[in-house]
Write a protein that binds this ligand. Structure first.
Ligand SMILES: [Zn+2]
Length: 267
């Protein structure tokens, strides 16, 4: 177990809705060989808090962005620059979460979501950082925005977070500097579609996450999630794709550092 090390690439621990503390999350994570975590901002104020928390802890990093469900809050004049400035911080590894979500009928209008998504991509590429994509019921449109962006930027890169199993996305990712992050739901009994997707995801494109506080994996399914539990998702995947957990952890670490560069190395 000594050389096993996992990263939770997506959690919301700086603003835990159950009042748990970041220190507590980090201690419990280390006990499960989880040594790195990105805590993800969902709007501007929330992103500031993510960065402030990341600055206090080695191995904790932030992503800053505006979640598509809050796209209506975005005022380009005022907001582009403050997101840009926040994203410069050395503990900010990525811009996000950002993307498109057409799941609920009363979500912000598609045009507004696309505007925010495009600006977040612009910020990320100007700073040469990856984006963290939230895409729900929107695979086609998400890829459209990304393909357009690729005409403008040659350094566009990122993570599809809490992957929903879209084969179209898997095929696209194979051709681009993008990774697919599986959350705890890949372990759920009814999630056969995610396991089919997993079988089709090249191992050099794979990442894992908890999306805490939601989606706790088996065997802690139904409990409040936390970064420590990404270990169980790693264990499940190693058994499912039939490689040792040591080997999987090395592979995931390689994928993560390939995407993030030196910035991710233990600040
Ligand atoms: Zn999230």
């Amino acid at each position: 177990m000594d050389n096993i090390l996992f990263t939770d690439t997506h959690a919301h621990i700086h603003d835990d809705e159950y009042g748990r503390q970041v220190e507590e999350f980090i201690t419990l994570a280390k006990e499960n060989n989880v040594f790195r975590c990105i805590t993800i901002g969902i709007d501007y104020e929330n992103s500031i808090s993510a960065v402030e928390n990341a600055k206090k802890h080695t191995g904790l990093y932030a992503a800053i962005g505006l979640h598509p469900e809050y796209a209506d809050k975005y005022n380009k004049e005022a907001d582009y620059e403050r997101f840009y400035n926040l994203a410069k911080d050395e503990k900010v590894l990525a811009v996000g979460e950002t993307g498109l979500d057409f799941y609920y009928e009363n979500n912000p209008a598609k045009e507004k979501q696309v505007e925010v998504f495009e600006d977040m991509i612009d910020i990320a590429c100007k700073l040469n950082k990856p984006i963290v994509i939230h895409s729900r019921n929107a695979a086609e449109e998400t890829l459209q925005v990304l393909n357009n962006a690729l005409k403008k930027y040659d350094n566009l890169k990122g993570i599809f977070h809490c992957f929903d199993g879209s084969m179209q996305v898997i095929d696209w990712v194979k051709e681009h500097n993008f990774y697919i992050s599986y959350a705890g739901n890949v372990t759920f009994k009814n999630a056969e579609n995610l396991r089919v997707a997993l079988k089709n995801t090249p191992l050099n494109k794979l990442l894992i996450e908890t999306d805490s506080p939601y989606l706790a994996p088996v065997p802690v399914r139904g409990k409040k999630n936390m970064p420590a539990n990404v270990f169980y998702t790693g264990k499940f995947i190693s058994e499912y794709v039939n490689i040792s957990i040591d080997k999987l952890s090395k592979l995931l670490e390689e994928n993560f550092t390939n995407l993030m560069g030196e910035q991710a190395l233990w600040k």
